[in-house]
Design a protein around this ligand. Structure first.
Ligand SMILES: *[C@@H]1O[C@H](CO)[C@@H](O)[C@H](O)[C@H]1NC(C)=O
Length: 404
């Protein structure tokens, strides 16, 4: 399965920012490129979610004092229960547009700190919980160029801070745990008694990766190559110059780059006078698979541009251009669900490696790839996915598809 290295790379990249990898297993490759996209987006990207319009919703927390990004049109948030600032005229959420490298401020009403979420089958981000006045909120963000957060008070049956969410085959989210919550519930609520006990849920009893204690940040991403010989499966990539510690995030983009933001081991926006200042920047990391030396084996999807209404267990055809020599048995179609990222990990991850049914050459450099879609909603809940064609471990740019 040539597709696997690419997708696992992305997952490992996230692990890496959470902990110091064990260096004796690392093979140096000195590949991958870093690009500073924005020196400051005004808020610290503690949470990130890619949407189906190639925009990324970013947020930090409201009880942080003023951010570096004013709210538009003189808007202010009046929140008597906020612990830092009762009237705050700055944003704590932004929408970052990948295609234009621009961002705009968004307005959250209540504290979204260390909250969770997932994309619903209709493409809306439904985010849950947070801290203080945000702990029972359910917030919705629909992808549109002027949309903003919609909030539902008491949308959760229990207070949830640090919960984890996942989409179910029926399109609901399961929201599991949260600090001191040994139970789970479903969003949207479909029954009255919506909390279910899960007594074995627990958290670590000591230790911390964050606050003022973090040291030795890992600057090198690591690619995991499952088909390499044991001992050479982890390949270090070129380092960034921006330390990303506790409260940092990474998200796979449609073009195969990884968007990185955040890092804040402090209780406020501490931009000076500390070892690792609050990070307001956004970077993109282009892993080795995006190197131009692979351009002759890289697939380019020429049709369709996107697809909606894809049914389960049916054949579809994706047309690609590959200019170099094609290894037909090393062509695979993959589907990746856009995950919700916070604390250096992604919840609601899903990767489908579909392989191919047939690769048919249509004249010079053009190929039709037939593939069978996932069998059921248990494998792939209805909703939006990034579809890639991967050839010899090198991915195309993705296209958005909607499975239903
Ligand atoms: C961070 O900033 C806050 C508010 O300005 C300040 O009270 C605190 O001491 C700073 N933290 C550190 C570790 O310097």
């Amino acid at each position: 399965m040539s597709a696997t290295p690419f997708v696992f790379s992305f997952l490992i990249l996230q692990l890496l920012f959470a902990s110091q990898p064990c260096h004796r297993f690392l093979a140096a490759a000195a590949d991958g490129r870093w690009q500073l996209l924005q020196k400051s987006i005004g808020v610290s990207a503690m949470h990130m979610q890619l949407l189906r319009n190639d925009r990324v919703v970013v947020f930090d927390r409201t009880d942080f004092g003023p951010s570096k990004l004013p709210l538009p049109n003189g808007k202010c948030r009046n929140d008597p229960s906020d612990t830092a600032l009762k009237v705050d005229c700055t944003a704590h959420s932004v929408e970052y547009d990948v295609l234009t490298n621009t961002f705009r401020p968004l307005m959250v009403q209540t504290d979204v700190w260390c909250s969770s979420g997932a994309i619903m089958p209709n493409g809306n981000l439904v985010q849950t919980g947070g801290f203080n006045d945000g702990e029972r909120r359910v917030r919705t963000f629909s992808p549109c160029s002027t949309c903003d957060w919609q909030e539902t008070p008491n949308g959760l049956a229990a207070k949830r801070w640090y919960a984890s969410n996942h989409i179910l085959p029926d399109g609901r989210q399961i929201v599991v745990g949260g600090r001191r919550q040994f139970n789970y519930e479903f969003v949207p609520k479909t029954i009255t008694a919506n909390t279910f006990s899960l007594p074995f849920l627990s958290q670590t009893s000591s230790g911390t990766a964050g606050w003022e204690l973090g040291r030795n940040p890992v600057l090198n991403p690591v690619l995991y190559k499952p088909d390499n010989k044991i001992g050479t499966r982890f390949e270090t990539q070129n380092p960034t110059t921006v330390p990303r510690l506790y409260h940092s995030t990474a998200a796979l983009l449609r073009d195969g780059r990884v968007l990185l933001g955040g890092s804040n081991p402090h209780a406020f926006y501490n931009l000076t006078g500390v070892l690792f200042p609050t990070e307001l920047s956004l970077e993109a990391f282009s892993p080795a698979y995006l190197d131009t030396k692979f351009n002759n084996i890289r697939p380019t999807i020429t049709a369709p541009k996107s697809m909606s209404g894809i049914k389960y267990g049916t054949k579809l055809t994706v047309r690609v251009v590959i200019t170099g020599k094609v290894a037909k048995n090393q062509v695979s179609v993959t589907m990746v669900a856009p995950a919700f990222n916070t604390h250096s990990f992604s919840m609601n991850q899903r990767l489908l490696v579909l392989g191919n049914d047939k690769v048919a050459a249509l004249g010079k450099a053009t190929y039709d790839i037939d593939v069978t879609t996932p069998r059921s909603g248990s494998l792939a809940p209805s909703g939006f996915y990034l579809l890639f064609v991967v050839h010899q471990g090198i991915p195309s740019k993705g296209i958005w598809v909607k499975l239903q």
